[in-house]
Design a protein around this ligand. Sequence first.
Ligand code: OAD
Length: 247
Amino acid sequence: MQVPDALLEKLQQARHVVAFTGAGVSAESGVPTFRDQQTGLWAKYRAEDLATPAGFRRNPQLVFDWYEKRYRDMLLAQPNAGHRAIAELERHVPRVTVVTQNTDDLHERAGSSQIYHLHGSLMRLKCFGCDRQATWEEGLAQHRSPPVCPDCGDWWRPATVMFHEVLPEWDLSMSAGAVTDCDLLFVIGTSGLVYPAADLPFMAKDAGATLVQVNPQPASNGPAFDYTLAGQSGEILPALLRQAFGD
Ligand code: OAD
């Protein structure tokens, strides 16, 4: 893949780059996406049953066990070349921010230093009732599914944002600040269908950023992208770095 010279120059001169990522960036690590036709989680399961507070309360054991399985799979997953390329950008660009919809910790493990998680984290638990945070080790040590909060007696659940829940205020406002400050926004591996996260590329565009989409099946529902690099992020992003910086 040959990246257009004008984009390479933009990247070489960029002061602040934001990588806005979705499930696709982790696909090459073996973490399933949500909406890919055969392999996406929402092709096999109903989001209403598994990713809403009401679904959890209707069938707490089934839902907790489903998240526990995903948590265990994520522990085994390793960052891929796409996560590493995003982390590597920090050696070349003065400021790099990762804004992710993903609940895994693969950007952290790849070495990115500034990361906002719009949809929370599957790598921790929190209490439905009092919001107390807990580790999976604490939860699993109770040997009951789901574990129960020692403070208020409600269920512990994954610290992800479920449908019908509000996004973490700090991460959302810092992300909005980052996308309206950056000169280049990479929109990587997301269908752009879930709001308010999907607003961020529009906000970046309005603020004058150059927008680049990285996706094997580029979406047409986002803002007007200045560049589309069609392909898997684990291949496109390292190629981009090589061509821009000779890495
Ligand atoms: P989706 O499953 O909706 O979209 C994944 C995107 O990744 C699609 O556009 C794919 O074409 C693309 N893709 C697949 N493999 C790729 C690869 N190797 N490299 C790059 N792109 C690839 O996932 P999200 O957009 O992240 O919400 O979904 C948004 C939210 O919906 C998720 O955060 C989750 C879900 O319900 C919550 O957890 C609240």
